[in-house]
Design a protein. Structure first.
Length: 377
């Protein structure tokens, strides 16, 4: 009897301490709270907030997601709810605003990390997103460390290996080096870009060659993502002495590290490089500094350009695919237009992919889902 009393007392105490954490979960026969819930052509968001007076919804699908909100209504058992038309197929992020405080959806297990923010995701099914969800056959994602003498530290990589990599120790694979933009890190393409899901689906469907994908950290002062809480080194990118240090590390340290420690084919025809925004600039710089290294070059929404002499050098090196992409409302679109014109003028055969929208992950996922099919053919 004493044990039963102690157990009940402990449960009561725990419930008192954890009431706020547990309030959005169903216990003892309570009706579960589902959020978000897609119903045909609409989606419902719900949040249990017992003491709230005003609850709003903010989502990236809105015309102005920086300031736009939708009022939610308080219902039974203090569950706030709003039903909206289902957005077009894509991956969206959202949050609640509870009495002026930003709150994530505690019911949604699908989240992505954007720098130091964790954001709940809404994946709207459709043709656009069919390769953004889990495939049947899964590759593996690891986080090896390499030593950079150029940057003076050990640094963390994210590496995707395709389905079957572990089961066939003799098979070698081509490699895509996939670079993030400003504010990102070595996990950005995996978290927000859905790299593993896109490659898993494309490879399983026979639409892309099985490949290794290497995602470095493009911030020279960081050993790894800030979530590892490793102190950063001061780095002045304005100093001419620091120019292209990361790009040189990529080409002379990361590539050899991968080709030594993974079953990578060490040939230009089996190397591709792609990057978004800042990473697009790194992609262009790498192709200029080492034109013989990559046969597949894909600057996406890129901050960068080339001289006619540099274009001529690339042309002479025999690039198999130059894939230039940008959104038509991107603030870097004019730069892409100028670069496209320069490539045409210099006679470098390339693909120019213009999409709707701006400087956003919905475009960069689309680009990966598009150019990955063209690599190593």
């Amino acid at each position: 009897m004493k044990r039963i009393f102690t157990f009940v007392l402990a449960l009561t105490f725990a419930a008192g301490l954890g009431a706020q954490e547990l309030s959005n979960f169903a216990f003892w026969g309570q009706k579960p709270i589902i959020s978000p819930e897609i119903q045909n052509d609409s989606v419902i968001f719900r949040l249990k907030a017992d003491y709230a007076t005003v609850v709003k919804l903010n989502g990236s699908w809105m015309e102005n997601p920086w300031v736009g909100t939708i009022d939610m209504k308080r219902g039974e058992n203090c569950v706030w709810e709003v039903k909206i038309p289902l957005p077009e197929p894509e991956i969206y992020t959202y949050h609640f605003v509870v009495d002026g405080v930003v709150v994530n959806d505690p019911q949604n297990v699908l989240v992505q990390r954007d720098g130091t923010r964790y954001l709940p995701m809404l994946i709207v099914p459709g043709e656009r997103t069919e390769n953004y969800v889990e495939a049947t056959q899964h590759g593996s994602v690891s986080h090896p460390w390499y030593t950079s003498k150029i940057l003076g530290m050990d640094r963390r990589l994210t590496v995707y290996t395709p389905y079957g990599y572990e089961n066939n120790p003799k098979k070698k694979y081509p490699v895509l080096y996939l670079l993030h933009g400003a504010g990102g890190d070595e996990e950005a393409w995996i978290s927000m870009g859905r790299t593993a899901q896109i490659l898993d689906n494309l490879i399983e469907k026979g639409l892309a060659e099985p490949m290794i994908v290497v995602m470095p950290n493009g911030n020279p002062g960081q050993a790894a993502a800030r979530t590892l809480n490793i102190p950063e080194k001061p780095y002045d990118w304005r100093d001419p002495a620091n120019r292209d240090l990361y790009v040189q590390s990529l080409c002379t340290e990361i590539v050899p590290f991968i080709e030594k420690n993974f079953r990578a084919i060490a040939k230009p025809a089996s190397r591709a490089i792609a990057g978004l925004s800042m990473g697009g600039g790194h992609t262009i710089s790498a192709s200029i500094l080492h034109p013989e290294m990559f046969d597949y070059i894909c600057p996406l929404s890129a901050a960068g350009n080339m001289t006619p002499e540099q274009v001529a050098t690339l042309k002479k090196a025999g690039v198999k695919l130059y894939f230039l992409a940008c959104g038509n409302t991107d603030f870097l679109f004019q730069n892409a237009e100028e670069m496209h014109a320069k490539l045409v003028e210099q006679g470098l055969e390339h693909e120019y992919f213009v999409s709707e929208g701006g400087h956003v992950w919905s475009n960069w996922r689309l680009y990966l889902n598009t150019f990955a099919r063209k690599l190593f053919k």
